[in-house]
Design a protein around this ligand. Structure first.
Ligand SMILES: O=P(O)(O)OC[C@H]1O[C@H](OP(=O)(O)OP(=O)(O)O)[C@H](O)[C@@H]1O
Ligand SMILES: O=c1cc[nH]c(=O)[nH]1
Ligand SMILES: [Mg+2]
Length: 222
């Protein structure tokens, strides 16, 4: 995990060869929906494991069958709310919750309109009460213009003040990170990698394409 020099509290996993190998499979246009979804689940699991290294731990007395000793509990792991941003975060959340198994889960729908406005439509919001001891993890694989997560965080913050707000994603564009950090300076970000730029349609380059479509198939209009 490395903190990017451009922003405080923004980390990538470009120093982790295994996470980079999973990302490489996701980027590959030849990867179909089944391995694509499995790759997102794997990333969720490993990124959650890495995230526990930043969490508060507690030393506790325990008794083995042989003697008394001291063990470790990741205290913050018990106070997690994962916000799943539909659609693409579904497999990522499945991986996160394997490690963060005590998590309460909020579901938010967000659909990004076309360039140049990229208006965000949020229709479905189901978020549990957020408590002061909670770490709120907002899961969304793609952070492009940042508009989706700015709006999701505004909404989520209405449900109570948390100890930490953390975004877990796969790829982020520098423009999106800057916009999110400006709107929500208190937010930490953990992404597999930070890519170069956005194209005119708001897609991340080199990126991996449309994460929702690659995981679930392209929707049609009827
Ligand atoms: O940072 P932004 O520019 O806001 O873009 C990122 C958003 O775009 C994608 O969702 P999309 O609207 O395509 O919905 P989907 O997950 O249903 O495909 C992605 O999953 C993010 O939520
Ligand atoms: O590159 C991008 C940008 C937004 N949403 C995606 O799924 N991919
Ligand atoms: Mg999409």
């Amino acid at each position: 995990m490395i903190e990017d020099k451009r922003w405080k509290g923004v980390y990538s996993f470009e120093d982790s060869p295994f996470i980079m190998e999973i990302l490489t499979e996701l980027r590959d246009e030849k990867t179909g929906p089944i391995p694509f979804r499995k790759g997102l689940v794997k990333l969720g699991r490993y990124m959650a494991y890495e995230l526990t290294k930043t969490m508060e731990v507690e030393r506790v007395p325990i008794k083995t069958p042989l003697e008394e000793t001291t063990g470790t509990i990741v205290k913050d792991r018990r106070n997690v709310v994962i916000i799943t941003v539909l659609r693409a975060a579904i497999p990522l959340m499945e991986g996160l919750i394997k490690v963060l198994d005590h998590a309460r889960v909020g579901i938010v729908s967000a659909s990004r309109g076309k360039a140049p406005k990229f208006e965000i439509e949020m229709r479905y919001v189901k978020v549990p009460q957020i408590r002061e001891e909670d770490t709120v993890i907002v899961a969304d694989p793609m952070i492009a213009t940042g508009s989706t997560l700015i709006k999701v965080l505004e909404e989520v913050k209405k449900y109570g003040k948390a100890k930490r707000y953390v975004i877990v994603g796969v790829l982020a564009a520098p423009e999106g990170i800057s916009r999110i950090k400006e709107a929500h300076p208190d937010v930490e970000m953990f992404v597999a990698a930070i890519d170069r730029e956005l194209n005119d349609h708001g897609y991340i380059l080199p990126g991996l394409g449309d994460a929702g479509d690659r995981a679930f198939g392209a929707p049609i209009k009827v």
